[in-house]
Design a protein. Structure first.
Length: 155
């Protein structure tokens, strides 16, 4: 073996950081670039990406510890907690934005001219009123009188 090749052993993983990494799971490839863990870019590959989400969550802390320069375990935990917090904020914001967009589409459609025209034509149609009247009748009619027989007692 020549002197130009230096073998380095990986850093030992402290047991208190060897746990699920929410930042790696939620922000996957962004987290990977920020933590010099470029294997996280596999999340951009279809089908493989779904598996990699869970692999990153399970092994992300190990890889980030080995690939980063950390002052201490507390420093590592603080940085990873920030990744997890921002991941949660971004996902909650994205879900709220998506729900708001869907809700606003329904709201706008409900108050559109086309909707009101369709409702007025349905209300004016004799076929639609017969159909809706059939649907409004109860399928099971209540009995007019109800009697309960008790065993051992004659009525």
């Amino acid at each position: 073996m020549s002197d130009s090749q230096v073998l380095t052993e990986p850093k030992p993983i402290p047991p208190e950081i060897d746990r699920w990494n929410w930042g790696a799971f939620l922000l996957n490839w962004i987290w990977g670039v920020g933590n010099n863990t470029f294997i996280a870019l596999l999340t951009l590959v279809p089908i493989v990406g779904l598996v990699m989400l869970f692999v990153l969550g399970a092994k992300g802390s190990r890889w980030a510890w080995r690939n980063g320069r950390w002052d201490s375990v507390e420093h590592f935990k603080r940085v990873q907690r920030l990744w997890a917090m921002w991941g949660a904020i971004i996902w909650i914001g994205a879900i709220a934005l998506f729900c708001g967009m869907i809700g606003s589409v329904f709201f706008l459609l409900r108050h559109s001219e086309a909707y009101h025209l369709g409702v007025s034509r349905l209300q004016a149609s004799p076929v639609a009123t017969v159909f809706s009247a059939r649907q409004l009748r109860p399928a099971i009619r209540p009995a007019r009188s109800l009697s309960v027989a008790h065993p051992g007692r004659q009525s």
